[in-house]
Design a protein. Structure first.
Length: 157
């Protein structure tokens, strides 16, 4: 009988790397599109209260955020444990709110300035006196569109 076996080692063909740059660029593009850049570093504890009726904001680019809450543990040595106001990346006082609103308005187009909304992200354990002071400062700065941030809670009957 005849032997049909070939003598010698069989070589494994090399993997083609021609499509590797395409795959890498697709991954880079995916992560660029799907990630969001954090605008501010949160320096206060901020567990927003729950609400049953929640509505999402339509245009988040027209929203300025004011955070109110107890400073996080690493800032408590410097600022104490009383609720503080955070504007952008720094702690502020109630008197600083007028300047903050003015600079936020300057960053918007003139046609969109009346549509600007101020969102208060207030920790659920914060006393209402601080929130009232912030609301009065916003009223003096003519920022009359105020939004309270909340997390959605299912209503149990």
């Amino acid at each position: 009988m005849a032997k049909f076996r070939k003598e010698g080692k069989k070589e494994i063909p090399q993997i083609s790397t021609a499509s590797l740059p395409d795959i890498i660029f697709m991954l880079i593009f995916f992560f660029m599109v799907s990630t969001t850049i954090r605008e501010t570093q949160l320096m206060v504890e901020n567990k927003v209260p729950g609400a049953t009726e929640v509505k999402k904001l339509e245009r988040k680019d027209l929203v300025s955020y004011i955070y109110i809450g107890k400073p996080k543990r690493q800032f408590q040595d410097l600022y104490g444990t009383e609720p503080r106001i955070q504007l952008n990346d720094s702690f502020a006082k109630v008197d600083d709110i007028r300047d903050y609103i003015a600079t936020e308005r300057k960053q918007l187009d003139e046609s969109e300035r009346p549509k600007m909304t101020t969102s208060l992200k207030v920790d659920e354990d914060t006393k209402m006196g601080v929130v009232t002071d912030v609301k009065l400062a916003l009223r003096k700065a003519s920022a009359l569109k105020i939004n309270y941030s909340a997390r959605e809670v299912k209503q149990v009957y």
